[in-house]
Write a protein that binds this ligand. Sequence first.
Ligand code: ATP
Length: 334
Amino acid sequence: ARIVDPGGDAEERRIEAALRPRRLAEFPGQPRVSDQLALVLEAARRRGAPPDHILLSGPPGLGKTSLAMIVAAELEQPIRITSGPAIQHAGDLAAILSSLAEGEVLFLDEIHRMARPAEEMLYLAMEDFRVDVIVGKGPGATAIPLELPPFTVVGATTRAGLLPAPLRDRFGFTGHLDYYSADDLSAILTRSAGLLGVEATPEGIREVAGRSRGTPRIANRLLRRVRDYAQVHGSAVVDLPSARAALELFDVDDRGLDRLDRAVLEALCRRFGGGPVGLSTLAVAVGEEPDTVETVSEPYLVREGYLIRTPRGRAAAPLAWQHLGLTPPDSAGT
Ligand code: ATP
């Protein structure tokens, strides 16, 4: 896996668990979502009733799971965690729903990947706190309604646009998480360094934050590698020299681009004169599958303004030339 991959596997999530903020007050960044959530939760607390269902949307690694856990902690309720892909049959969901306690938080990660019949069951459960348990098969099957105690669904999705409207409408509150500023990432990293028991200077922290693509998961991962480097090669302090040396070793440049990102830009500028060039031609030039270039590298390059997708293919933006220290071909003569 790439060191700048915003997703995390099971092992990484285990390591991350220690770094998760536990309460809203210690959750840096996302001020809008954070303030809105604080209000929704406080109002629910005063009413003594569960809040509206909550949908959290945004790219991977920005803290949706952490916020879901925080919601439960703030409500002082237990949390049940599952995900869309784990619910392939309506029966899977019925089993979970029928065992929820009053006020419990049900976290449904990747909610857009839930099977359709389960989705329909969820509509009813969210709106009426009821599930229809089907008994028997075929024409003789009967639906027995089962009342559920009120609970709160916290759904997380990287693709809010993929959620069917009826499901989206059942969330009373939607929070959209956005990429973090370097200041917020620095705050997160300072806290993480403390939890990891690593000494860090503000300059070292800043250097890691600046290369983390606005994503706390990447920031925490880079911090762990800089810590390793500092422990092996230096004074065990995450400072500017150790951050620079470690991130050079791991091929993450000063703007957070890795080897593949730079290879794509190099090919685009040096071999194809800045494009436009078709995706598959570009992929062959960097020795990757078109799908890898499109899903792994391109989103960040497009978001940051290095690469432009045009109907005729991929083109280098001025920032790409600048980042590689190259001069774009003179457009005056063309
Ligand atoms: P995914 O969509 O991949 O499940 P996610 O959006 O649910 O990702 P989390 O799992 O909550 O993201 O966060 C990933 C890591 O980043 C965790 O280690 C978490 O501690 C850290 N993190 C995320 N947001 C913050 C934050 N605001 N403050 C501190 N740490 C954060």
